[in-house]
Design a protein around this ligand. Structure first.
Ligand code: ADP
Ligand SMILES: Cc1ncc(COP(=O)(O)OP(=O)(O)O)c(N)n1
Length: 270
């Protein structure tokens, strides 16, 4: 059994963060482990409070999982403070996992800021350079590239800028576009579009968490980055298409979907 670790915040409503990650990993056929960076008191209408882990407790969680059940891939989500980012970077350099997918979570759909300005600086300096793939949405890509993104051309320019600066592959997610849901991968000095039909569902809480966890799960199973992105996008589209409608705000997606037929082949080393 392949193992995937999520290092992220808890979402009490179950739609994003650790809860979305573990559901996604389970559905994508890997064993999921979790290291919790923060507790959030959150529902579909917003984030009411955040309680960060201490650096020492975060360190204890990371040692506990890496010393016993070593993950084949790691996904990193919400980390709001510099000291916590520093702990994660130090431990990843020490344990050296093969696949690191970083979702540079900055702002929730509901508008709540999930990272301090100082921590954005530490993320850029210490964590992004360790990642194999980062998955910014358009507002996050704007922060990382220091440019405004209003078109597909801008997405390409920003993704190349981020790739040139940090040296990791970049998947610029297009969920915040009006008409399409096209994501752009910049890797090895070249790019590839992953086209997606926009599903008319406003319940998109946790789409970014789900996509990055599904990518990590598929990397753990031995798929290439490109294959893992396509599989993750197929999984996400299916979960969105189930049209679950819970809560008064932007609700969560349905994870217990029937995957038969969407995954045509399995990786060699499963
Ligand atoms: N309505 C939608 N229909 C289909 N795919 C979507 C929709 N909204 C978002 N996505 C996809 O969900 C993933 C997450 O994208 P995005 O919403 O941009 O990230 P985030 O949740 O981090 O803000 C991307 O693959 C994006 O293309
Ligand atoms: C605890 C926690 N982590 C991350 C997010 C942001 O999740 P994301 O998948 O980007 O989805 P939206 O919040 O944008 O729907 C979160 N809200 N909570």
């Amino acid at each position: 059994m392949k193992v995937t670790l999520t290092i992220a915040g808890s979402d009490s409503s179950g739609g994003a963060g650790i809860q979305a990650d573990l559901k996604t990993m389970c559905m994508n056929g890997v064993y999921g482990e979790s290291v919790i960076t923060a507790l959030t008191a959150q529902n579909t209408t917003g984030v009411r409070a955040v309680l960060d882990s201490t650096p020492a407790f975060l360190e204890a969680q990371l040692d506990a999982v890496f010393e016993d059940i070593y993950p084949d891939a790691v996904k990193i989500g919400m980390v709001s403070q510099s000291a916590l980012i520093h702990v994660i970077a130090t431990k990843l350099q020490y344990y050296h996992p093969k696949n690191i997918v970083l979702d540079p979570v900055m702002v929730a759909t509901s508008g709540a800021k999930l990272i301090s300005d100082e921590a954005i600086h530490t993320l850029k300096e210490e964590l992004i350079p360790l990642a194999n793939l980062i998955t910014p949405n358009i507002p996050e890509a704007e922060v990382l590239s220091h440019m405004k993104i209003t078109s597909s051309k801008d997405m390409l320019k920003a993704a190349k800028k981020i790739y040139d600066t940090y040296g990791c592959a970049v998947l610029c997610k297009g969920g915040h576009q009006l008409n399409d849901a096209n994501d752009l991968l910049y890797i090895n000095n070249t790019y590839q579009w992953f086209y997606g039909k926009r599903i008319p569902n406003n319940n998109t809480h946790g789409t970014g968490c789900t996509l990055s966890s599904a990518i990590a799960a598929n990397l753990a199973k031995g798929f290439t980055i490109q294959e893992s992105i396509q599989r993750a996008k197929d999984y996400l589209s299916l979960a969105l298409s189930a049209m679950l409608d819970l809560g008064a705000g932007s609700g969560p997606m349905m994870h217990n979907v029937n995957l038969k037929g969407i995954y045509s082949e399995e990786a060699d080393n499963e």
